[in-house]
Design a protein around this ligand. Sequence first.
Ligand code: PLP
Length: 398
Amino acid sequence: MNIATHAFDALMDITARPPVVFVRGEGSFLWDHNGKRYLDFVQGWAVNCLGHSPPIVAEALASQAKLLLTPSPAFFNAPSLELAKALTDCSCFDQVFFANSGAEANEGAIKLARKFGALHRNGAYEIVTFEGGFHGRTLATMSASGKKAFEPLFEPKVAGFPKAQLNDLASVERAINGKTVAVMLEPIQGEAGVWPATEQFLRDLRELTSARGLLLILDEIQTGMGRTGKVFYYEHAEIEPDIMTLGKGIGGGVPLAALLATKAASCFEHGDQGGTFNGNPLMCAAGAAVLQHVVSPTFLKSVADNGLYLEGELQRISARHGLGEVRGRGLLLALDLKMPIAGSIVTQAFEDGVLLNAPRPDTLRFMPALTVTRQEIAAMIDSLDAVLAKIGVARRVA
Ligand SMILES: Cc1ncc(COP(=O)(O)O)c(C=O)c1O
């Protein structure tokens, strides 16, 4: 393929991208238009939970495409019923609304909480969210996010998202008032650099919100679908939220997301929520195939085991190069570099055929396919070790 034939300028320039075109993916690997192979520890930002182009997703899409693409959201279709049933069977929730992106699922969660407030809490509409949180790029989800870079953008913000600090219950209590209807958070703040809420904080939040009659909303768009070794992160803390959102891994690479709610919280009435492609059979067929795979105890154990292996290897690299802590859980981990060299590492690793992600200038984030092998982890670690040596992290200790 001749890269000059690609009209890069016809796409809006919304982010810096390297001048290569990816043409094929398989498992933990991607190939560009020159045939160069890359070991991928980004996986579409934690999207491809079963790796690139997994056969079960390809087959589910192909067979559904031959049967029915879209009858209209005004009619039932079999894959959306099947996936909704499977999601409610494996979670603490009773009902599901399917969306096309994580932001749209979160937008739905915000609307559902406001509806709950209108029906049951005298019109309360405020949702306490967290500094550093990330919930998407629609106007309401940007307002709900606590990302500093969003602050000056697209004013005026959507009102009603007072901020608290992660792992600081007193800050949540201070943010609650008579207009509050819910508390919403990611159990691990991914975009901010992989900062986990402690299990105790999640349990305390559950207790506080229940005591005050507020909804607890978990954004599991990055942590859900097996990423941390449980199907959903809330299982680690042994709590039951009222509302949860899923995205990324739920489609195994295709645009699918979901808003889940308990019976008590699921209060939309006709006309409140909808959309042309919501719950379309093609994406839901992919989601059903992925979920069947992800809920297997053997699969979840391998995620947990490989997560511990990756964590141990990152700690070894950190000690060897005098770097900082390793954070996160399962196969969502970060390495604190203690200095702003993450961008140079990502660039050099790309040259060397390894895809890494830098959510912050001093942090690397690792979110490989949940099917990643020990050999692939070892290969990434060897590459990272070489990159750190190459870019001159001179404080090498051993
Ligand atoms: C926790 C969390 N919530 C929401 C989103 C937004 O999802 P999407 O990009 O599919 O709209 C993301 C995306 O990175 C995310 O990590």
